[in-house]
Design a protein around this ligand. Structure first.
Ligand code: ATP
Ligand code: MG
Length: 137
């Protein structure tokens, strides 16, 4: 059993898609074991996306991620990291398969509706970032 960090990004929150997106995770057998809503500060977003610092899209990414509230959740299940990324679709929504979250809710490469951890080890770091107190036992 694996856990992954999922973020419903500001553009998807703004279009009232939280419920629709969480439903997709649950329908795929992923369990929501922690959740919180917050409006990230510039410092929080820069730290969360620290590995992208210096890349051409970094400033736009931080501006977008701080433009409104996000919904953050920990998803648990078999192969949760890969399953979540399948459900989200390709990072660039132009390449996202029909029926994926990004195909249905993205507005641009940056405003691509959802985040999901890319590996189990980064998931652990990202989960601790948003849930330092841990998740439900
Ligand atoms: P995420 O980390 O959000 O789940 P990812 O792992 O598929 O997505 P990363 O390469 O980690 O993609 O990029 C993080 C985020 O930065 C992307 O989800 C997207 O919002 C933005 N981004 C990445 N590459 C670009 C780009 N070339 N142009 C614009 N925005 C980008
Ligand atoms: Mg990533």
């Amino acid at each position: 059993i694996e856990q992954t960090l999922s973020i419903i990004k500001p553009n998807a929150v703004a279009k009232n898609a939280i419920g629709a997106i969480l439903s997709r995770f649950e329908a795929a057998g992923l369990q929501i074991v922690a959740a919180r809503m917050l409006h990230m500060s510039k410092e929080q977003a820069s730290a969360f996306y620290g590995i992208h610092q210096g890349k051409p899209f970094f400033d736009e990414l931080v501006a977008f991620m701080t433009s409104g509230p996000v919904m953050v959740q920990v998803l648990e299940g078999e192969d949760a990291v890969a399953k979540n990324r399948d459900i989200m679709g390709a990072t660039n929504p132009a390449n996202a398969a029909p029926g994926t979250i990004r195909a249905d809710f993205a507005d641009s490469f940056t405003e691509n509706a959802a985040h999901g951890s890319d590996a189990a080890d980064t998931a652990a770091v990202e989960i601790a970032f948003f849930f330092p107190e841990g998740v439900c036992p």
